[in-house]
Design a protein around this ligand. Structure first.
Ligand SMILES: [Zn+2]
Length: 123
């Protein structure tokens, strides 16, 4: 059965963010960003913490299971240095009958084979 990936890539979950959630390294910051959005959508806090840079990672993460993530748009993905990149995106959500959007510019760093999320600025 084809299960489309929540990140909106048009690929199957297994062939997209599922690979990263299973331990495969992200090839670039955008791929990591997509896999983190997908992890938010699936409530996969273990992956969110694992893909967070050690110096900015929270000790624990609690997600509101009533908040549903309904879409991701990547606006820009650019290198900011040899091992760093920035991704600008908008994610939309629904909570009960309220909807909203989160726009953020996130910073990422190459870490070993993959990438990690450092921090972000919303707005
Ligand atoms: Zn995906």
């Amino acid at each position: 059965m084809f299960e489309p990936c929540e990140c909106g890539s048009g690929k199957s979950y297994v062939g997209c963010c599922g690979r990263l959630h299973g331990g495969a390294p992200a090839r670039d910051a955008e791929e990591l960003m997509r896999s983190r959005y997908c992890a938010f959508s699936r409530g996969n806090t273990g992956y969110l913490l694992k893909s967070w840079a050690a110096e900015t990672r929270p000790l624990a993460l609690t997600l509101d299971p009533a908040q549903q993530w309904t879409g991701l748009t990547i606006h820009r993905h650019e290198a900011t240095g040899p091992y760093t990149a920035r991704v600008r995106f908008t994610a939309t959500w629904r909570l009960g009958n309220r909807t909203g959007r989160l726009s953020e510019t996130s910073n990422f760093r190459r870490d070993g084979e993959g990438w990690v999320y450092i921090d972000g600025m919303t707005g």
